[in-house]
Design a protein around this ligand. Sequence first.
Ligand SMILES: Cc1cc2nc3c(=O)[nH]c(=O)nc-3n(C[C@H](O)[C@H](O)[C@H](O)COP(=O)(O)OP(=O)(O)OC[C@H]3O[C@@H](n4cnc5c(N)ncnc54)[C@H](O)[C@@H]3O)c2cc1C
Length: 359
Amino acid sequence: MSDKADVLVVGAGIVGLFTALEFARKGYDVIVVEKNDGPGHEATSRNAGVIHVLQLPFNSLKSRLCIEGNRIYHEIDEEYGLGIRWVNAYLASTRSIYRVLSTLLTWYLHYKLPEDYRVRLVDSKYLRRVEPLVSRNVKVAIEVQGYGVVHPPTLASRIAEIVEELGSISYRDTVHSINVVDDYVLVESERSTYKARMLVNSAGLYADDVASMVGDEYRVIPIKGVMTVYDSVKIDSILAWLRIEKKHETKGGGVIPHPRGTLLGPTYGGIVDKTDYAYSDGDIVALKDKFQPLIDGPLEGLPEVIVGLRATTEKRDFIIEYSQRSTRVIHLVGIESPGLTAAPAIAKRVAGMARRVLP
Ligand SMILES: Cc1cc2nc3c(=O)[nH]c(=O)nc-3n(C[C@H](O)[C@H](O)[C@H](O)COP(=O)(O)OP(=O)(O)OC[C@H]3O[C@@H](n4cnc5c(N)ncnc54)[C@H](O)[C@@H]3O)c2cc1C
C-alpha cells in the first residue's frame, strides 16, 4: 500500500510550506513529509525574522526572489493573518565622511529598486525623531522603506495551518529513499511509501543528502549565525551599519525589532557541522560591541540566544533546478538568507517549473 499525491514536498520549513501551499491552491493533491514533530523547527525558526528588501548582488537569483517575496508578503499579510510588522530600515554611519558614499549609494539603490520601495538620505535630527533610541553619534543614514519583521515560528505555524486545510503534512517522518520510476516518484519514509507525480526537495541543510538519494550531487556548507535578544530595549526600526567591511566574518546583521525586545545580529561564523548549535560568551560580547554604538538604549541583563545554521553552497546563491535524472524532481539547494523573505517567490518559481510534468 502506498500514499498517493500529485506533489510530495520534503521538508516543512518555510520554503517547503509555501511551495506546498502554492500547489495546493492550484488544486493539486499535496503532501509534505517532515522529520521533526512540527513545522519550521530548523533554519526557519532560527533566523532574524526580517522580510528584507535589499539583497546583494542585485544580479543574483536570491536578490530577485527576495524583492519578489517581499512584494508577495505585502499582498498576503492581511489575507493570511501573518502579523508582519512593516518597518523602515536605516543604514547608518557615525562618520560624516560617509555622507558622500551614502549619497551615491542612495542614488544607486533608488535606481535599482522598484518604485514602491522608497530610498532616501536622512539626517540625524530626522532619524532621532522617528527612532528616538538611535545613537546621538549617528550622523547620516539611508532610509529604505518596505522592510518587515515577523516571528518566524509563528509564521511557519500559520502557513502550515493553511497547508493542512488544503493538503496534508506528515510529521516525524524522515525520507530515506527516492526512486524515479517511469512517470512517478517512489518515496520511502519512516512512516510510509509514497507515490507522487513529482517531488520537491526542500530539505534545507540536508538538501544535499536528499538529492543524493536520487543520484544528484551537491554540497551544503553550514555557516553559523548567532543572535541575541534583549528585553531591556524596544525599537521600531531596523538599524544596520553602513560600512565597507574588510572581514567577511563581521559582515551584515543589525539591530532588529523582536516580539520580546530587540534582536542583535546575526554573526557570520565559520563552517561548522550540521548539528553544531553551540555559542560562546565571546559571541554575545562581540554582538554587543558591534551594535551598542548604534543605539542609546541599554542592552542589559542576560540575553536570549538564538543560533542558526545557514545552508550555503560554494555558489553563494540559491540553486533551484531539476534533478539531472528527471524533471519530476526539483532541488532547492543553498537556500540561505534571505530564504525566509524569498520563500513565497521560490514557491511560484517551482510551480512554474512543475508545468513540465503537471498539466
Ligand atoms: C542566522 C540566520 C539568520 C537569518 N536571517 C534571515 C532573515 O532575517 N531573513 C530572511 O529572509 N532569511 C534569513 N535567514 C535565512 C532563512 O532562515 C532560511 O533561508 C530559511 O529558513 C530556509 O528555509 P527552508 O525551508 O529552506 O529550510 P529549513 O527551515 O531548514 O527546513 C528544511 C526542513 O527539511 C526537513 N528535512 C530535512 N531532511 C529531511 C528528510 N530526509 N525527511 C524529512 N524532512 C527533512 C528539516 O527537518 C527541516 O524542517 C537566516 C538564516 C540564518 C541561519
